[in-house]
Design a protein around this ligand. Structure first.
Ligand code: Q46
Ligand code: ZN
Ligand code: ZN
Length: 307
């Protein structure tokens, strides 16, 4: 197998692009795909500061690496969720990635800084763990981005993630979610812009990018993801992809091509109605209620916890 560009031995074949790449040309391919997404969707302007949501997994670390190599001023934010060994290990990996490259990693530890871990918050408020986790992460990314003056929050969602979400939204006809499923959501009323620069790259490519670049990442999935519908949707799409390479890309990119409204604001799902936004009485984040959903959940969880 030879590199399509230079004819040297290839390290990866990309069937959906009908191409093979050697290590240097594969790295260039990943950076070029990211740069295309950034410019096609107007995600970041030159000189803007971006906060990368770092989980310790392959996608977020590859994203941080690529944005830095493309010359962006990119800091990381790692949130310790208090999910046992998974959190200990992912935190260690995120810290050593940043230290080795001299990058700035902001850190919040939910148990230490907010008095509660995700499994406990979920249990005492009777929310599914991923709901309590997602709410906490969105809230804290918004808060750190606002306080740190970042122009955008970047997440490592890749083509496989977005195709699986789209598949689920179509299966259940979640029309409202379909309208908001975009690679960029513009800033709105104190909420930062949200961007997904990896939407042109698949999961396998991100794993290969980390291997080629010598990036250590946490391979295990979060234990709370077990049995999730997203894993099932990914398996279904992978089966289709094996039979017909390019299916995922056509499905998701075709959806983006057909979106007619140019932009929607990056308000959180909890703040999606049109009532007036005012600062949360507990944390100061914009909310339509007196107290934001995150502060309500935390207050409820703390009052329900055994002393
Ligand atoms: S970290 Fe959090 Fe995910 Fe774990 S608890 Fe669910 S949402 S699965 S990206
Ligand atoms: Zn090559
Ligand atoms: Zn609040």
């Amino acid at each position: 197998m030879k590199c399509t560009v230079c004819r040297e031995p290839a390290v990866i074949d990309l069937r959906r692009h009908n191409a093979n790449f050697c290590a240097p040309h594969f790295v260039k391919f990943c950076r070029d795909q990211t740069a295309t997404a950034l410019s096609d969707f107007g995600m970041l302007a030159p000189g803007e500061r971006v906060l990368v949501a770092v989980s310790g997994g392959k996608d977020s670390l590859a994203l941080w690496d690529i944005l830095t190599e493309l010359g962006y001023d990119a800091d990381g934010l790692y949130i310790g969720l208090g999910i046992g060994d998974y959190s200990d290990e992912s935190g260690r990996i995120a810290r050593s990635f940043a230290a080795e490259r001299g990058l700035k990693l902001n850190e919040i530890d939910l148990p230490t800084d907010h008095g509660l871990d995700v499994p406990t918050a979920a249990q005492v408020t009777r929310r599914p763990p991923c709901s309590a986790c997602g709410l906490s992460k969105r809230h804290l990314f918004d808060e750190v981005a606002r306080e740190g003056g970042y122009d955008a929050v970047a997440t490592g969602h890749n083509l496989d993630d977005e195709a699986a979400v789209l598949f689920g939204n179509v299966l259940h006809w979640h029309v409202e979610y379909l309208g908001r499923q975009r690679p960029v959501l513009s800033a709105h009323d104190g909420f930062p812009r949200k961007i997904k620069p990896l939407v042109r790259l698949g999961e396998r490519e991100m794993a290969a990018y980390c291997v080629v670049r010598g990036i250590d990442y946490i391979v295990e999935e979060c234990p709370m993801a077990k049995g999730s519908k997203m894993i099932l949707y990914k398996e279904v799409l992978n089966r289709l992809e094996t039979e017909s390479p390019g299916t995922k890309q056509r499905f998701y990119w075709g959806f983006l091509d057909k979106q007619t409204t140019p932009d929607v604001p990056a308000e959180t799902m909890a703040e999606k109605d049109q009532r007036t936004l005012a600062p949360c009485d507990t944390c100061g984040q914009p909310t339509t209620a007196g107290t934001c959903t995150y502060c309500k959940m935390m207050a409820k969880a703390k009052s329900a916890m055994p002393r």
